[in-house]
Design a binder for this molecule. Structure first.
Ligand code: IPE
Length: 256
């Protein structure tokens, strides 16, 4: 079983409220189907979640009343994106079932403390691909919080021990400087000891921590015999190759 995150930056246009990248989503689902591998899918919220969550400080928990309506709206918006992901998976011949974190995750001080793993395992046994996504969630210490797809990936990788963990992004991998700067080069491999001297850049309205937090999460997912890789989903064929375990352009995260 392979754990795949479809990043919000590849399936949506993160700079525009609720902009789906339909063609890319459809192709990625076809690549998953063609690979013949069993997958658990986690997808990001992209512009269906980050913009409003940022504007109403939802990651900070309950602070003022109007956040409640914003929380409800974000929860509705990410479900809308989730339905579009399910549609694309179904059309590609995959059988997905959605497990929304707002209903099956509990957090404490912004960290996941509970996920219904038994339910996930039961769906896998039936040949179903569980689908989770970046969402709002209950938080025991601050009322509510944002549960990012990366946090879900970490929890699932720890508990379900997948063969491989793949992050599908909109860039080739981790670059040695801002990817929009000329001369930015791909870092093919990152180890925990590299983290101290790496520079990180901030992208548009990302309420869940950007690339640094992603790398820390990825480091937590590597284990003996388990690779964790970030690839560019905009390039046709890379996801399929990564799913099959073929050599592919990307950034691998390995232990020191
Ligand atoms: C964010 O999830 C969740 C919300 C803002 C509601 P992610 O952090 O996993 O989303 P992407 O992949 O960055 O878009």
């Amino acid at each position: 079983m392979i754990l795949v995150k479809l990043g919000g930056s590849v399936i949506t246009d993160k700079s525009q409220y609720q902009a789906l990248r339909q063609e890319v989503l459809v192709r990625l689902c076809e690549e998953i189907s063609d690979s013949g591998e069993d997958v658990i899918i986690v997808h990001g919220a992209g512009s269906f979640g980050h913009i409003m969550a940022h504007d109403h400080c939802l990651a900070d928990g309950y602070k003022y009343e109007s956040q409640v309506n914003a929380l409800a709206t974000v929860s509705r918006d990410v479900r809308q994106l989730n339905l579009m992901v399910l549609d694309a998976m179904l059309s590609a011949g995959i059988s997905p079932v959605s497990l929304p974190p707002s209903a099956c995750v509990v957090m404490h001080d912004r960290e996941i403390t509970e996920i219904d793993f038994d339910r996930i395992r039961s769906y896998i046994k039936l040949g179903i691909s569980p689908v989770m996504f970046g969402d709002v969630a209950l938080d025991e210490s601050q009322g509510f919080s944002i549960c990012s797809g990366d946090q879900i990936m970490e929890a699932l990788a720890r508990e379900l021990v997948p063969e491989r963990v793949i992050f599908v992004s909109d860039i080739d991998g981790i670059m040695d400087r801002d990817p929009s700067e000329p001369g930015a080069n791909l870092i093919e491999c990152v180890k925990p000891s590299d983290m101290d001297h790496m520079k990180f850049h901030v992208r548009v309205k990302d309420v869940t921590g950007g690339i640094k937090k992603k790398l820390i999460a990825m480091i937590g997912m590597v284990g003996p015999g388990r690779t964790c890789i970030i690839i560019n989903g905009n390039v046709p064929g890379r996801l399929k190759a990564a799913l099959r375990g073929d050599e592919v352009i990307g950034t691998k995260v390995e232990l020191d």
